[in-house]
Design a protein around this ligand. Sequence first.
Ligand SMILES: Nc1ncnc2c1ncn2[C@@H]1O[C@H](COP(=O)(O)OP(=O)(O)O)[C@@H](O)[C@H]1O
Ligand SMILES: [Mg+2]
Length: 290
Amino acid sequence: MASAQADLRVASNDFVPIRYRTKNELLSTALNTAVSIALLGFICYIKAKPTVVMPGSGKGISFKDVAGMEEAKLEVMEFVDYLKSTARYAELGAKIPKGALLVGPPGTGKTLLAKAVATEANVPFLTMAGSDFVEVFSGVGSARVRDLFNRARKLAPCIVYIDEVDAIGRSRQSNSFGGHSEQESTLNQLLVEMDGMNTMEGVVMLASTNRQDILDQALLRPGRFDRHIAIELPTLIERQAIFEVHLKKLTLKMPLQSYSKRLAELTPGNSGADIANICNEAALHAARFE
Ligand SMILES: Nc1ncnc2c1ncn2[C@@H]1O[C@H](COP(=O)(O)OP(=O)(O)O)[C@@H](O)[C@H]1O
Ligand SMILES: [Mg+2]
């Protein structure tokens, strides 16, 4: 345009004023789209996003990787068994338990056990952390609980696992200053979903915590988390087994058994996580000095 006007010898102050609208329009359209995408994103953000592990696509952790904890493993597998043979239990008039709570000190393998269940159980496994429900916006927590259970009902029979439930299951008496808190309504929603009018058969809950003392009593009563599976610090024999699991991945000079027994004897009171750490530190040390 400018060159055409120059060719026609139009004085530069007589140039036809040009406003480039298209770019602006593009920009505003882009802005609009961005805003709507952000809104959409916000709506999705409110929705719960559990990690869903479908049967046959586990995290690659099997019961073999979980050393010791024989009783806990048995109890957890019993739960999985309920889901698989619902008919048999219904025939006998037994109600399927709603949930089990894994309780134990940090690092004793609660999360690990749940991962193993996700792999070994032949049902869908939905997992979320307790803190995933917590948000500054009020109502988001309970919306997420609702959403999680809606998804679970669609996938039933399935297992829902909530790691570190104490984030939402905190006792309602302990922080009773001020009115109806967000955490409280999230907990209420969870209670209703586990035991309310709209519950359906075939959804079993697992949860883990290391603070059973601060959990709400209503959450612990039979009908919600019927079973409490206590996971203690490993004993001598269990420590040896855990050492064997973790040492197996390392390059060793002598046979495995010659280390594991001695190390287990040297580490009373250590949890599974401590043991995993010891093995890793040893490997790092070796790498540094080679
Ligand atoms: N019984 C066990 N067998 C093998 N490894 C274990 C065992 N218990 C704990 N560990 C190790 O400790 C780590 C942490 O365990 P985790 O399950 O996350 O603890 P928490 O009970 O706090 O959830 C695991 O990743 C694993 O390497
Ligand atoms: Mg954990």
